[in-house]
Each structure stands twice: as structure tokens, then as C-alpha cells.
Design a protein around this ligand. Structure first.
Ligand SMILES: [Zn+2]
Length: 288
């Protein structure tokens, strides 16, 4: 099943919960993709999962939807017999944290930026076991399976609680929803997200990582640094183009009618269509 057809990103947590309840997850298959060294990516439905396996056990980044927890566990066991010790959440959205309650109850330690816990805790549907146990404001590190795994909060972006996860030894970065490979991103302005912050974060990651790093996007296929560069170029070009038109006094309807240059057309074939991306930039600009 294509994750692209299932992007439920624009929905609130409550809506996500009912989305997860209504959806038939029985057909979802979890694909295991080798990334580098002891790091893997799992594709299923919802955000891509990053996995570290080794002598210390298993650590995962994000855990998709609650009904998929068993399938995720089965996929992890094909990689390693070790215990799932840590779950890192890149942000609070339900397609990235749905498995928390199951894995938390089984003893995995959940780690996330402080605002992730706040947002999950404010949802009456969240179970106690689903909440991050360790939180941080700017950065944290987990020393695991022979490398330092860094969680860095770059400020408001996709939401106000995003972390980018750096597997410093394996040279892999998990971007969470700070990266939609080949597609316009969803930016959750209602959860403290920021269009400018989003672009700054992508730029900061590009400055940090070596050219041969592997990049796990929140959504889309496993990526290279070049893929992240073209995503960044799209963000910069489309926003500066639209901001110029907004400064010229153009209305949202006029911006949508004018559209975006042909070369970015393929970016609008995913969950976030071109009109929606234009709306996000417009609303972001009006919010300031
Ligand atoms: Zn998200």
C-alpha cells in the first residue's frame, strides 16, 4: 500500500485517532529497507520508521499508527532478536506516535522534545504509556549500539516540537516531517509550525551532514543529500516567489490562479497539492 495515499497529516489528533480506527490496517505490509550499517527504514502506513539494531538492542524513530504495532514488532524481529529499548518521536502527530502506547507499555523508553509530551498529554485519548518519559528542549543524545544518536530541536518548523535524529556513526539522518521526499510538505501552523522555521531547519541539516549521508524522510522514499537539496531549493524558490506576489498585494485566490512554475508540478501530486502549499505559505506570511 502506498503511504502517499494515506497521508492523514492535516488532521487533528482526535481526527487521526478516528482515522486510525476507521482505516483497515490489515492490508498494510511493513517493508524493511536497509539504510547503512546497522540502520534500517520501515515503510508501512504513516511516517517512515528509522531502526537501529545491535548489541544493545533495538531503538526506533517513530512508530506509525497504533493498529500496526504488532506488525512493526514482527518486522523488527526479522532484523534482531533484541529488546526494543528506546522509541524516539520526531513530533507528536498520530501517524508518527500511534504505536507509543503499545511499546511504552512493554517497557520501551520514549524520548521526545518537551512540546511533544505537552501536545500528547493534552489529548484526552492519549494513554499514560504513550507519553514520552524523557523530554528535552534543545538536544539530547542516546549512546546506543556503538554510536551517538543525537536528537536536535531546531526551533519551530513542521510543528513546535520537531526533532531531527542524527545517527552519527552510521551517517544517517531521520528528518521526521521536516522532509517530504519529492513532495510539498505539510506545515502544521496550528501546532506552532512555521514556514520560515521549516526552511531554516532544512538548511541547518544540509550544513551539518556530509554529502554521502543517507536521509530518511518523514514521508516518501529513502533519500540522498541531493534529494534533500532539491527539496530545499523548492522551499526557497516557491516561498520567495509567493512572498513577492503577496508583497505586491495579490490575494490568495490570485496566487492560486497563477500557480507555481512547471518544474515544481510533480511536488504537488502527493498529499499536499499545489493549492494547499500556496495556502500554507500565504497563511504563514499573514500570521506574522
Ligand atoms: Zn507530521
Amino acid at each position: 500500500m502506498k503511504p502517499r495515499s494515506l497521508f492523514p497529516l492535516a488532521l487533528s489528533l482526535a481526527a487521526l485517532t478516528s482515522f486510525a480506527q476507521q482505516r483497515d490496517f490489515s492490508q498494510v505490509k511493513i517493508n524493511v529497507i536497509p539504510v547503512a550499517k546497522n540502520i534500517y527504514m520501515l515503510e508501512g502506513s504513516g511516517g517512515n520508521i528509522g531502526v537501529s539494531v545491535g548489541q544493545d538492542g533495538i531503538l526506533i524513530v517513530d512508530d506509525q499508527f497504533a493498529p500496526l504495532a504488532e506488525k512493526i514488532e514482527a518486522a523488527l524481529h526479522t532484523l534482531d532478536a533484541g529488546k526494543l529499548k528506546f522509541v524516539l518521536n520526531t513530533h507528536h502527530h498520530g501517524d508518527h506516535t500511534g504505536g507509543n502506547a503499545t511499546f511504552g507499555a512493554k517497557g520501551a523508553t520514549i524520548i521526545a522534545q518537551s512540546n511533544v509530551r505537552k501536545r500528547l498529554a493534552s489529548d484526552a485519548n492519549s494513554k499514560k504509556e504513550a507519553l514520552p518519559v524523557i523530554t528535552f528542549d534543545q538536544s539530547a543524545s542516546v549512546h546506543f549500539n556503538g554510536e551517538e544518536i543525537k536528537l536536535l530541536h531546531h526551533g519551530p518548523g513542521h510543528t513546535d516540537g520537531d526533532s531531527v535524529i542524527y545517527f552519527t556513526g552510521a551517517n544517517v539522518v531521520h528528518m521526521g516531517d521536516q522532509f517530504f521526499n519529492g513532495a510539498f510538505p505539510f506545515i502544521d501552523l496550528n501546532s506552532g509550525g512555521s514556514v520560515e522555521g521549516y526552511i531554516k531547519t532544512v538548511a541547518a541539516v544540509l550544513e551539518k551532514i556530509p554529502a554521502e549521508a543517507k536521509v530518511i524522510p518523514g514521508h516518501g522514499k529513502l533519500a540522498t543529500v541531493d534529494d534533500l537539496k532539491s527539496f530545499h531549493a523548492m522551499l526557497v524558490e516557491t516561498t520567495s516567489l509567493l512572498k513577492k506576489s503577496i508583497a505586491d498585494g495579490k490575494s490568495l485566490a490570485e496566487l492560486k490562479a497563477a500557480g507555481l512554475p512547471e518544474k515544481w508540478q510533480s511536488f504537488g501530486t502527493g498529499f499536499i497539492k499545489t493549492d494547499r502549499w500556496i495556502e500554507t505559505i500565504y497563511n504563514g506570511a499573514m500570521k506574522k
